[in-house]
Design a protein around this ligand. Structure first.
Ligand code: D5M
Ligand code: FE
Ligand code: ZN
Length: 577
């Protein structure tokens, strides 16, 4: 598939170690012989200018044409001074900026606009201290705990036909100049864990402290060691980390909670109409259970379960201008299944007028395929050296307009430690990927763009949530519902052990302390767009076609999808390439 002119221009520039703002690229692409024009501009550019602006290009082209009087009349003179323009299938103006003509892959881009329905949460709730449910009330519990009512809303999608971009107009789009995003909760450079047992105690204590604080105002809780001294039949509540879940011989559920003083068992009777809350409980998450102490003490008969959750009334922040962010992940460069053509089409599209407002690109991990991630993975590698994979990824990044802000977190295929929180890429990898000056941060991180808080998390725990959750609504086909579970638990990876590796640190970076406006994950390679209590949920799909392993376990990935969020309205449009 031939590349579009802007992409070829960017490639030519970056091959010469230059970058350019988008309208500079467009100007060059508009030239009769764009490649020769690149050559002329680069030759004439001062050595200390590495990113060319549109003004630079205009000046340099004007200079070059006064030096070469014939160049205005025909491109031959310039072409003869430059390498043959054989890379250009059409050097005439009709091919310029024609990133959405029928010959171009971007023309295949489909847009799915998505309407954000308000969350269908029930009328009662325990999400905010002001909800007034601090007084134990069994009536509120079915809403609190029922499956379905609390999981993320599907956002219905409607396919709209691709917008035709006319060649000449696309050349006139404005220059992007986005303010830099702020990064929060980034472990990079702050990792203190030595792997000692004490560090694990510290991280779990921090998790308990921060999450229990969100629950303590809503229940009349007692420390576990004080419960034994209370008379049988008393109303009581425990705020604790789930230490054990088991069924009793008669089919009820025994849930043991642990606080800083000890443990205490709660019994959830199977005939309660909210008993299926047990299906969504994960070990190590922090919840509150309210109920009545047994006559002879020693056990709490549960009346309700509360999660730290998102306030029902959560009011997200929005940008105060029209600006968009594209959310992608799981590029997997280096895999034989890497969908390079789709990525090219996406990069092409970013150069078109239609993508003018897309000023941010957030990449949610798995930049490369990595090595030794799964057994026999080497049989499916296109590039076997991980550093060469990053070099190749960096080349793909160069096709993204130079005036966009990029933020990247690592995933489980990346060359950083697997245990979460994962620090951002080290110096060597940053160096390899430096061409675009992307912001590199840890997994997870909160990235604030234009006042909108985007919680970026790669998503390894989604496998666990999907496997453990009892409801079919939480599945690979609806990863946003698994994301909603994480928000409800206010933790991106509640369950320690199993697939999840947690690094011992001084604080638990995986706690969702502040409610984000947008939650962005990847990893499961399935597109999921939804909403949970006004928080937008986006799982961004992948750029890797189905692998042999995925085939063997029936994972049918969504490939080449780029959800684009309007930061001023938080409306989401899914682009397909
Ligand atoms: O993960 C992509 C998805 O596929 C994610 O849901 C995990 C799953 N996956 C892929 N390969 C394996 C193997 N070998 N074992 C278990 N689960 C797997 P990604 O992180 O992109 O590989
Ligand atoms: Fe992946
Ligand atoms: Zn992954």
């Amino acid at each position: 598939m031939p590349d579009s002119t802007p992409v070829r221009v960017v490639r030519e520039l970056t091959a010469r170690d230059y970058n350019a703002e988008r309208d500079a690229v467009t100007l060059l692409a508009d030239e009769p012989d764009p490649i020769a024009a690149v050559e002329r501009v680069v030759d004439a550019a001062p050595d200390d200018v590495l990113t060319l602006s549109a003004d630079d290009v205009r000046d340099l082209l004007a200079d070059a044409s006064t030096e070469t009087p014939s160049s205005g009349a025909d491109a031959d003179a310039a072409a003869s001074a430059a390498p043959p323009a054989d890379a250009a299938p059409n050097a005439d103006r009709s091919s310029d900026t024609a990133t959405a003509t029928s010959a171009d892959p971007a023309a295949g881009a489909e847009a799915e606009s998505v309407d954000a329905d308000p969350s269908p949460d029930g009328p009662t709730g325990d999400a905010t201290p002001s909800d007034g449910d601090a007084a134990p009330s069994p009536d509120t519990s079915p809403t609190d705990v029922s499956n379905g009512a609390d999981i993320g809303d599907d956002i219905t999608t409607a396919v709209t036909s691709p917008t035709e971009t006319t060649g000449g107009d696309a050349a006139r789009v404005g220059e992007r100049d986005p303010p830099a995003p702020d990064i929060g909760n980034d472990v990079t450079g702050h990792s203190t864990g030595t792997g000692e047992y004490g560090d694990f105690v510290t991280v779990f204590r921090d998790r308990y402290e921060r999450l229990s604080k969100k629950l303590r105002g809503r229940v009349n809780h007692r420390p576990t060691d004080a419960l034994d001294a209370m008379p049988g039949g008393s109303d009581a509540a425990i705020v604790g980390m789930v230490n054990d879940i088991r069924s009793t011989a008669s089919g009820h559920w025994l849930v043991e909670l642990e606080d800083t003083n000890g443990t205490f068992p709660a019994l959830i009777m199977k005939d309660r109409d909210w008993a299926d809350v047990v299906d969504e409980l994960l070990l190590d998450e922090v919840v509150a259970i309210e109920g009545t102490l047994a006559d002879d003490g020693g056990i709490l008969f549960a009346d309700s379960v509360h999660f730290p959750d998102v306030p029902r009334t959560y009011n997200p922040s929005t940008a105060d201008r029209h600006v968009q962010a594209a959310l992608v992940s799981d590029v997997h460069v280096g895999s034989q299944e890497f969908a390079g053509d789709r990525w090219d089409a996406f990069a092409d599209w970013l150069h078109t007028e239609e993508a003018e407002a897309v000023e941010y690109l957030l990449v949610g991990g798995d930049m490369v395929e990595g090595v030794g991630v799964y057994p026999d993975q080497d049989e499916e590698l296109d590039i076997v050296d991980v550093y060469e994979q990053y070099e190749a990824f960096s080349e793909r990044l160069k096709d993204v307009p130079g005036d966009m802000e990029i933020v990247m977190i690592p995933g489980n295929h990346d060359a950083v430690r697997l245990a979460e929180p994962q620090p951002g890429f080290d110096e060597e990898l940053r160096d390899i990927m430096s061409a675009h000056d992307a912001r590199i941060t840890g997994n997870p991180s909160t990235v604030t763009v234009e006042g909108v808080d985007v919680l970026m998390y790669h998503g390894v725990s989604l496998d666990e949530v999907i496997a453990e959750h009892g409801s079919d609504d939480v599945s690979y086909d609806a990863p946003h519902n698994a994301m909603a579970e994480l928000l409800k638990k206010r933790h991106v990876a509640p369950q320690y052990g199993g697939r999840m590796r947690v690094a011992p640190e001084e604080k638990d970076y995986l706690v969702i302390d502040d409610v984000p406006d947008v939650f962005h994950t990847g990893h499961v390679h399935k597109l999921g767009v939804g909403e949970y209590r006004n928080v937008k949920l986006v799982n961004s799909g992948s750029w890797q076609e189905q692998t042999a392993f995925q085939k063997s376990v029936n994972i049918d990935p969504d490939v080449g999808t780029a959800p684009v969020i309007d930061l001023d309205t938080l409306d989401i449009t899914v682009r397909k390439f």
